[in-house]
Structures are given as C-alpha cells and as structure tokens.
Write a new protein. Structure first.
Length: 580
C-alpha cells in the first residue's frame, strides 16, 4: 500500500465530492499500417509495470485513501472490432467517449485502462484512459512514448528490472514533494502567490446561459487552423483578448495547466504532479495584439517560476481555508505544443485527445495537427453552455485567431463580428402590428369609447371625456392662431389641475412639444429651463406669478383662467384664453 501524495489527496477529495464527474485523461492513437496487435498489448502492459501503474487501484481504509497494486486487475481489455458497423470510426468514437465519461473511482476498478479498437483492415485506435490520481497528462504522454520504445525493441524489459524501476520512481516522486514543501523555494512561492492573489480580477463568463456552478457533461467543439510555428504566448494572448472583448473587460484571470516539473530529473518521472496556476493579465482587453503578447509573456514567466505551489493550497492564502473542490481561476487555456506523431516502425499514428478532465466553465486546448496545422478544441461545462453556443464560440475564436496573429504591431485587435453578421443585425423593434400613433389620437380614442364617462376629477370639479375633448379643441385653435404648430415648443407652468391636463392635450393636438414646468421652482431654475428649450409660447394661470419672475427670459406667456366645474357648452367665440 502506498500513501497518496498531496496532489493525489487533493484529487481524491475532489472526486469524492463529485463522484459522477470523471477526473480522467483519455486519448487514443490513430494507427495506420500492419500492426502487431499482440505485441502492442504486451508492450502496453510492460510500460505500465515500469511506471508502477499496472493494476493500480485506490483503497480507502478508515477514511484514509491509499494506492494498491492488484496483479489480477486487467489493464488491457479485449480487442474490439468495429468493422461490422456502417461507420466504424463513428461507432468507435462513441464507444470511447462513453467509456471515459462513465468512469468511476470504485475500489475494485483499475485506475488505468487500455484497449485496441479496429476500425479498418489496417487501421486501429489505441485507446487509453487514466485517472488523474494515477497519471497526469504529461505522464500519459511519457507512458505512450515508452510503450512505443518497448514495441520497437527486441522485447519488453525483464520483470526483475521492472520492480526496481517502479520502486525507484515512486520513491523519487515522494522525495521530490517532501523536499519542495520543506524548502525555501516553497516559502518564496507561497509569498509570491499570496501577493498575486490579493487582487485577482473576477472570472469572466462567456456562457449566455450561465446560471450557477454545477457541473454537467463535457461539450466539445474541434477544428484545425492553417497556422504553424505559433508560440504559447501568442495563442494565450489571442484567447485572453477574445474573452476580454467578448465580456467587455480589460483585466482577467485565466487558468494555466502546468506540468509541475521544473528540473530535468522530474521531467522523467510519471505520476500526478501537474498543477493549475492563475495567469493574471492586466489591461489585455484594451491592448493591441503585440502588446497583449508582451503582457502574456511577462505573466507566463512569473507563473512558471512558481508553478509547483499547489492550487488547492492557494485558496488558504485568500480565505484561510483549504478548498477540497478543485476549482479553476477562470477560463482554462492549455497549450500542448508537443509532437503528436507516434510511429511504431512502419505503422504511422497520431495522438488525439478526448478529454483532459472536468471543466468548470470553458477550456481552450491547442496542440499541433498532424498535417502541419494546429488543432483548436473548446471544451465546456454542459450545465453552462449549449452545443450551439459552444460551436459559435469556436468558429468565432478560430476566425479571430487567424487575424490576430497577422495583425501588424500597434494595430488594434481584430473585430469579433464579421461584416455579414453586422449587416444582419437590426435595432430592437416593437410589435410590427402596432401602428405609430400620436398622443392626440390616443386621447381621442378614449373619447370615442366613453364620451360621457368621467375623464378627470379635480376637487369638486369633474369633466367627461366629451367635454374635455371640446375644451381641448378650443385651446388648440387659440394656439394655432398664434402660429404654434409642429416643431414648436410650448412650456406649461400650471399647477396640477384640470387646466394642466387640458393644456397638455391642447399642445398635443397642434403637434407641438410639451414641456411642463413647476411654477414653484426658483426663478433662476425656470429661466434656465426656458433658455434651454426656447419655447414659442408659455401657458400659465393667474396667480402663479411666473410672468413677473421670468421677464428676463423673453418668453411670451398666455394666462388662462381657472375654469368652472362644468360650464354649459361654450360658443366658439367665448373668451376661453386671455392673451396678455
């Protein structure tokens, strides 16, 4: 029984909290040629024994997790022949995705699984899945390379050699961790991240349907880009700029997966040593592409120098509590610029990644394509994104990346939207069935519906819609007599009353602009408003005294009398308004 390292304990805690989430790495090698399937299977077992993960399983005794090697556990499953299906490749992909997505950490199951899937006369998928407790992505790549070496050698290593290699490597991983945690370097790393995490920008969210922090199934959108020789800093800068522009922010934090191996000796060790560190990028949203690359290069240099300090320990630096759940610091950007080609003599192959583990929000995986292009994959949390939404982000980012890398120095970042997309957009509009109507027509429609109903009450005065309509007609004719019409401004300084409502309706009937003014406002305020709106005429009532207080404004005021409760129908010539 082997105790778990700190990294493995963190993964066990996280898996225990989310038993349905597969904390695994899964990949396959697409092989073409005359393959010796039996030899590859025996080489796979030999490499796993050498790495100490053949038959590896997790056991928990009294709440304490430990690793145990069970020689009876099957590593390599039976060969699967998909040639009988109409679409063998599609059927094999479906099987592999189902296998890794339903993987659990049950006590009696192996932490590593390998299978050979035949999809053509001379085409095979060499499938491999490992729990992150057993191997990280870096180790999985080492293991496949070692398997290829054994396949091409005279034969697998002897069992007595394997045992010593395993014990040496397991002990070396434990020694590396113990020495680091007791070293001054760990203290320096802790101090660096404590200062860096004091002011981390909030995580941007690209998902329009993001409503919580639950974890759903992993969605994926994949494609290739006709680019090559891109640096990691350029790819990260392009993704950071894209996220910042989409979210309308200048500062952001990304999650950067790292190998956790900073020495030549550690780079040859398999195991769970990888880590995720925050990449804090200031001002990247307002930067040109060339400036964004410089920002990323500086942040990368800092982060990689302190990459061994565990992300689960970083939470204690901010809130004093060590989190059990493994969470990201923001969108993940994983640039894997390793050679994906893997040959077994005359058999040519290339590695295809199926998953790198659970996704909190969204993750970008970039690695070289096998035809000289680069592969761009977006993975997302299915609880926060729809498949259509993820595909739209993938297509948009690929276009953005292609233009980003060719943008001259000091030129702004490329636009997010194409000309066709911008041309297809239109301002928000109301229901097309509603015809535009003037305020006067709306008021008149009420008259037609309820001519004899009470429209307004002011103290002991009540007017019907019909009477209000007739009076508004008389007042509007007076306004027309002094040449008030559309595009003119009429200010109304009448206290809240029937007269104030009547004035509004009269102004609306002639098509002028209605500007209410509170007569109680200070004279300076009223004069200032009159200077801004420049009215053609003002309506007020006697007793307001607004004319005397605004003589300097040059406004011509019409004084209206306070009207009776409900006078008899006036003649067209009765003095409703007295012009002064």
């Amino acid at each position: 029984m082997t105790p778990l390292t700190a990294a493995q304990r963190s993964l066990w805690f996280a898996q225990s909290l989310e038993p349905a989430s597969p904390f695994v790495i899964a990949q396959f090698v697409d092989l073409n040629g005359e393959l010796d399937a039996s030899r590859l299977e025996s080489s796979t077992v030999a490499a796993h024994r050498e790495f100490g993960v053949a038959g590896l399983r997790l056991r928990v005794t009294d709440g304490v997790p430990e690793l145990d090697e069970d020689p009876d556990l099957t590593l390599v499953g039976g060969r699967l022949d998909f040639r009988r299906y109409d679409d063998p490749v599609r059927a094999a992909m479906t099987w592999m995705n189902r296998e890794w997505s339903t993987a659990t950490l049950a006590p009696d199951t192996a932490l590593t699984v390998a299978n050979l899937l035949q999809v053509g006369p001379h085409r095979w998928f060499w499938y491999y899945r490992a729990h992150h407790i057993a191997l990280d992505g870096y180790s999985a790549a080492l293991l496949m390379r070692r398997t290829a070496e054994i396949y091409l050698s005279a034969g697998p290593v002897r069992q007595d050699q394997v045992d010593s290699v395993v014990s040496d490597r397991v002990a070396a991983v434990a020694r590396q961790e113990s020495r680091y945690r007791e070293s001054p370097r760990c203290v320096r790393d802790r101090e660096f991240w404590h200062e860096k995490l004091r002011s981390v920008p909030s995580s941007p969210v690209l998902g329009a349907s993001a409503t919580g922090t639950s974890r759903g199934s992993t969605l994926r959108a994949s494609g290739t880009v006709p680019l090559s020789d891109l640096s990691a800093a350029t790819v990260i800068a392009a993704f950071a700029s894209y996220v910042a522009l989409m979210c309308g922010v200048d500062d952001l934090c990304l999650s950067l997966p790292v190998s956790g191996r900073v020495t030549a000796a550690s780079r040859s060790l398999p195991g769970a040593m990888s880590n995720v560190v925050p990449l804090v990028l200031r001002g990247v949203g307002a930067s040109t592409p060339s400036s964004a690359v410089c920002v990323v290069e500086s942040a990368l240099s800092e982060a990689l120098r302190h990459q061994r300090y565990r992300r689960e320990d970083m939470s204690a630096l901010t809130d004093g509590r060590r989190q059990s759940r493994v969470q990201s610091f923001g969108p993940v950007v994983n640039v894997m610029l390793f050679d994906r080609a893997l040959s077994l003599g005359a058999v040519r192959g290339h590695v295809e990644i199926l998953t790198t583990g659970p996704i909190d929000d969204i993750a970008l995986n970039v690695y070289p394509g096998y035809t000289g292009n680069i592969r761009v994959d977006l993975e997302a949390n299915g609880a926060l994104y729809s498949s259509a939404e993820l595909s739209a982000h993938h297509d948009r980012f690929v276009r953005f990346l292609e233009v980003f890398v060719d943008t001259p120095p000091n030129h702004p970042a490329p636009p997010l939207w194409t000309d066709a997309e911008l041309g297809a957009t239109s301002p928000a509009r109301g229901e097309p069935s509603i015809e535009p109507r003037s305020l006067d027509s709306l008021l008149r429609s009420a008259v037609h519906r309820a001519v004899d109903s009470v429209a307004i009450t002011d103290g002991d005065r009540s007017w019907t819609y019909g009477h209000l309509d007739r009076m508004a007609g008389l007042w509007s004719r007076h306004l027309k007599s002094v040449d008030v019409g559309p595009d003119d401004v009429v200010v109304v300084a009448i206290p809240r009353s029937i007269e104030s409502v009547l004035a509004m309706w009269a102004v609306a009937r002639v098509g002028a602009t209605y500007v209410p003014i509170d007569p109680a406002h200070p004279a300076e305020r009223v004069v200032d408003m009159l200077g801004v709106c420049k009215p053609k005429i003002g309506l007020t009532t006697s007793g307001c005294g607004i004319r005397c207080r605004t003589t300097s404004s040059g406004c011509s005021w019409t004084v209206t009398p306070m009207l009776s409760r409900r006078p008899s129908t006036p003649s067209p010539h009765m003095p409703i308004i007295g012009l002064t």
